[in-house]
Design a protein around this ligand. Sequence first.
Ligand code: SMG
Ligand code: MG
Length: 373
Amino acid sequence: MRLIRLTLHTVQMPLVAPFTTSFMTQTYRRSYLVEATMEGAGGPATGWGECVALDQPLYSPEFLDGCATVTERWLAPILFAVDDLSAETVAHHLRHIVGNPMAKAAVEMAILDAQLRDQGRSFGSYLGAVRDEIPSGVSVGIQDSTEATVRTVGEYLEQGYARIKLKIQPGADLDRVAAVRREFGDAMLFQVDANAAYTLVDAAHLRRLDDFGLLLIEQPLGEADIRQHAHLAKQMHTPICLDESIVSAEAAADAITLGAAAVINVKPGRVGGYLEARRIHDLARAHGIAVWCGGMLETGVGRAANAALAALPGFTLPGDISGSDRFYAEDIVTEPMRMHDGLVDVPVGPGFGVEVDPDRLARFRTELRTVTP
Ligand code: SMG
Ligand code: MG
């Protein structure tokens, strides 16, 4: 197929409640959807991707407007010049552009959706999904107090979420984790995410989390600190899960070899796309390392694709794939992701199996860029 146009639809969606992590408080989500128009033997095909970069370079070096610029100036021209383009060759064609995984992932995603729609094939079947529904976990932001933390966790459990992930930071960690565990009991699937807020100096403090039967602690140390995570892993029993540090399959291989990650959070955007994400799944599975699918406050497009990924056999822990209503009163797809009985369904329609609603897209859209050869 040939890529003939990329349209970037920047949207800004209000969050139902502020979401606080160790690095920021978000009250809205700004992101862009990529609409890829392809020309194939059977006529034109359209697909949708989503860029997961944040507005600011706080979670990773990328930021939304930078991704849009990289896509327009550098990624699109390379791909327009390819006669026989497929989703499987996108990363190869873009290999000389250093870094920028989230920008690349969004484009690959849109091309993959177009290709699968053209073939009438679902993403789940393409990937090799082995489940038609997956457990739904929820990520709980840092609250103002221990009482508010317990109350908020209780509300999500009441809704039926299968697993709680609590964001932590120095000063908002042990007491809150202890209170939540005490209130809801030992059977609750419970994990924490520090978003790189600690250093190895905090090892003795972090070791105290071992008392609370957590599934894992996610990214306690810095993105570049793979070796330090291996040191920390020797000093505590709670399994270490890496998120920010795993920027590619190579980084995953390093982390596994060094003993820095007992578990990996797979986020397709962070690693350059769903095909690289599947490689990390395969690698981790071969090494007996559990993986789960992370979230980046995606719209219904990204949630649908993530659900299919999380249906691969190595995704043995519940992911951060909550219902759309965990973040958004209204989604831009016609069928928002819904959590029911602690599960979300893996879409079965062609491509990612969701339809962007043109009216809602227009309502949330703040900017439109059309890129042509
Ligand atoms: O999409 O449910 C979601 C968000 C899950 O906590 C979540 N993501 O570090 O894992 C993480 C964070 C990254 C985004 S925070 C702004
Ligand atoms: Mg994380």
